[in-house]
Design a protein around this ligand. Structure first.
Ligand SMILES: O=C(O)CCC(=O)C(=O)O
Length: 262
């Protein structure tokens, strides 16, 4: 493995920071150099091609969820090459800069493949309700490993929807209408489509409404998402598959599985 070199997006611009804080998401082009992109694609394909050991395959071929996402959680715990990227201080540093947090920890990574043939969109949802943590502030980086647009599953975000709280978690297979539930607080017509070249990324807040189109091509759409949380984030007492045991409310999410990265 070679160390990161000839990287492009090392720091967000002031405009990107401002945009993220106002709108709850931001697109950052050219995160990866072409060498890094090639390397990450190789590791991710290797990780997805092997059975998980410490990671978790959370959808199975043939199942309805798999048509939305072929998802592998915590690839970093099974593949050293994935660990190199998932634990990257550079990526976490961008999350720190965007949020203004004093430190950033890893919550988990997930490989998100949208498989061809009978692909379904990822329905409009917020992430935070699935996470066993408080307070808010956690966010995801979503790195495109393929060029993405509406034909193969690019992401869309609703600006300023990160302010909306207390909505139900969306079932990815039988989704309810989040906009209807939000009762006028968010407008789907304001959604921003993030078409990107492979190696570019978006960051989104855990409360930002987002959606990804179905994959109508004949190749998988490959993405790596990494969920970061501000240092000091604690358990809210909920269960979660990446927790070895359910933690009492108030216990800090820290230690070997949730390292401080920036
Ligand atoms: O990759 C997708 O289709 C959806 C990703 C997503 O919802 C997320 O990263 O929070």
């Amino acid at each position: 493995m070679t160390p990161f070199q000839s990287t492009k997006a090392v720091a967000a611009t002031d405009e990107q920071v401002k945009y993220y804080r106002e709108n709850g998401f931001v697109q950052i082009d050219d995160l990866l150099s072409s060498e890094e992109l090639e390397e990450l694609r190789e590791y991710l394909d290797e990780a997805m091609g092997a059975a998980p050991a410490n990671g978790l395959q959370t959808s199975q071929a043939g199942g309805a969820y798999f048509n939305v996402l072929n998802q592998r959680v915590n690839t970093w715990r099974d593949h050293g090459g994935m660990a190199k990227f998932v634990l990257s201080e550079r990526f976490a540093g961008l999350a720190k800069q965007l949020t203004g947090a004093s430190g950033i920890r890893l919550f988990h990574d997930h490989a998100l493949f949208k498989m061809p043939h009978d692909s379904k969109p990822t329905p409009w949802h917020q992430d935070h309700g699935y996470w066993p943590m408080e307070p808010s502030g956690a966010l995801s980086i979503w790195i495109a490993l393929d060029d993405v647009d509406e034909n193969n599953g690019c992401m869309m975000f609703v600006p300023k929807s990160q302010r909306i709280r207390n909505l139900k978690n969306v079932d990815f297979v039988e989704p309810h209408d989040l906009f209807e539930e939000a009762d006028g607080a968010a407008d789907r017509n304001t959604a921003v489509i993030c078409r990107m070249k492979a190696g570019s990324c978006t960051f989104h807040d855990g409360f930002t409404f987002h959606y990804a189109h179905a994959n109508r091509t004949d190749r998988p759409r490959r993405a790596l998402a990494i969920i970061y949380m501000p240092d000091g984030t604690v358990s809210n007492g909920k269960k979660h598959p990446v927790l070895p045991e359910t933690l009492a409310p108030g216990v800090k999410l820290a230690g070997a599985l949730f390292p401080r990265l920036a």
